[in-house]
Write a protein that binds this ligand. Structure first.
Ligand code: G6P
Length: 487
């Protein structure tokens, strides 16, 4: 790993530049003093790492703390450019506008979004910093791929400096219906910011449709099929908005799951749980969009009714997330009270019905957990995609295990072999868990096989290739001829 240096002193020679709010590494304190970079867990990192390696590009992102800017450095063979956020920017940009305004707004206002002008100002300032860094890294004619809701103004800001580069943007989270999006006091600026891109990717068709509607309603533009006509000072451009459902490194995960040490660990996990009759598993960031409380409520009622039989165990991994944001603190308290209540009520000496783990684990341990499960519970109230569902499927090379999946996830569009549920419907959720838990081995295998085929054929490499091929194609070739114009 080379020493972090001054990013601005670098030549603009990168043909492929990823701009994401986070670097794919975390700065951690070494035991003996000093600091080092460790690969960080998370959907986006898991998704893009293999693509970055192949392309040899640059990755611009934030290190995750309010420390000094790391600048440019090499880590694990990746060229990284780390940007700084001040303590105030962490509060106003990251915890504020990103995670207490946009996150709840884009997830169907499950929690009430807060609108503060000071947060918006920080969002503009930080987006400008990212755009500037991208303009400094990109070679003439380079491809720049901007990611997610934290950086929606970057495409426009970058285009204003560098109209020679090809700009793609991918939104990892849902794009809300216009009635919800319209609440945002800066809705016009956000749409204009995104329209600086040549191609806008969304998880589901419904997200792309919602965005196209926002173009018509918030800024009065005309759309035709999946394209928007944008009048720039330099001329008229066609911007395309379409669905590109993200995926995972399916082959890599399958390989990990097949390892002897991982399979052994899966057996150890079941032993450590006391060889239960059945293991249910939940794996989420501790986030109110994930439906953890709904899941616990359904599980508690099933225990009360005895419908899952004796000695059933739920392992709930809830990795720490955004812990200084109020809604997340409240959620943690509620989850921990609920877990305590269920264990107090239905546990015995030597038996706890819920094993709650407020921690993050490396990939190998996650694979072992997935292998140890009989039923995986993925029950978000709203989720752009949900890569956990796909990871579980990719891990189950044994074609064992069943999946209960919320219909409000992007993954539900693809994983037809899952037991689909509306997590708000507690009776329906309970029935789906029972059906998944009691499916015959033949039915479970048939369902898992179809889901595995889907995830194997539509992996992260194909996702990135589809997006980048479309981005690099001439705009005219994406124009649907027969589509009517809508304004
Ligand atoms: C979601 C978002 C990502 C984000 C991740 C972790 O997956 O789509 O953009 O990085 O959550 O959240 P954090 O706030 O820790 O970056």
């Amino acid at each position: 790993m080379s020493k972090p240096g001054d990013a601005a002193a670098e030549p603009a020679d990168r043909n492929f530049v990823v701009v994401a709010s986070r670097l794919p590494v975390d700065r951690v304190d070494r035991l003996g003093g000093g600091q080092e970079w460790r690969p960080s867990p998370g959907g986006l990192v898991t998704a893009l790492e293999p693509v970055m390696r192949d392309a040899g590009g640059a990755w611009i992102g934030w290190s995750g703390d309010a420390g000094p800017a790391p600048g440019a450095f090499e880590a694990d063979g990746l060229h990284l450019v780390g940007l700084a956020l001040s303590e105030a920017e962490v509060r106003y940009f990251y915890e504020g506008f990103c995670n207490a305004t946009l996150w709840p707004l884009y997830h169907d206002v499950i929690a009430p979004p807060q609108f503060h002008r000071r947060w918006w100002e920080a969002y503009v300032t930080v987006n400008r910093r990212f755009a500037q860094a991208a303009a400094e890294q990109a070679a003439p004619g380079a491809t720049v791929w901007v990611h997610d809701y934290q950086l929606q103004l970057v495409p426009r800001m970058l285009r204003e400096q560098r109209d020679d580069v090809r700009i793609g943007f991918f939104n990892h989270i849902p794009f809300p219906g216009y009635e919800i999006f319209a609440q945002l006091p800066w809705r016009g600026q956000v749409v204009e910011g995104l329209l600086g891109a040549d191609l806008l990717g969304f998880q589901r068709r419904a997200d792309a449709t919602n965005f196209l509607r926002a173009c018509r309603r918030a800024v009065g533009l005309t759309t035709k099929g999946s394209t928007v006509r944008v009048d720039d000072p330099g001329g008229t451009r066609e911007v395309q908005a379409a669905a590109f459902p993200i995926s995972i490194d399916a082959a890599g995960l399958t390989e990990i799951a097949r390892r002897d040490d991982v399979r052994k660990r899966a057996r150890e996990i079941r032993q450590a749980l006391g060889e239960p009759a059945m293991v249910l598993l939940g794996v989420d960031r501790l986030d109110y969009t994930k439906g953890i409380l709904h899941r616990l409520r359904a599980y508690g009622e099933l225990l009360h009714e005895g419908r899952l039989g004796p000695r059933v165990v739920l392992v709930q991994v809830a990795s720490p997330s955004r812990e200084r944001v109020e809604a997340y603190r409240t959620l943690r308290d509620e989850v921990e009270v609920t877990v305590g209540r269920i264990n107090g009520q239905y546990g015995e000496v030597g038996y706890s019905p819920v094993h709650y783990l407020h921690q993050s684990y490396p990939r190998e341990e996650m694979a072992a957990l997935y292998l140890a499960a009989d039923v995986m519970l993925v029950t978000p109230l709203r989720d752009g995609m949900n890569l956990v569902a796909k990871e579980y499927v990719a891990t189950r090379y044994d074609e064992g295990g069943t999946l209960v999946l919320s219909e409000f996830t992007g993954a539900a569009d693809e994983l037809a072999g899952a037991f689909l549920v509306n997590p708000h419907d507690i009776e329906g959720l309970k029935n789906a868990i029972v059906r998944a838990a009691t499916a015959s081995p033949a039915e479970a295998r048939r369902r898992m096989r179809s889901m595995r085929r889907r995830v194997r054929e539509h992996d992260v490499a194909r996702w990135a290739a589809d997006f980048l091929d479309t981005l690099r194609r001439e705009p005219s070739s994406s124009q649907p001829a027969g589509e009517p114009e809508i304004s």
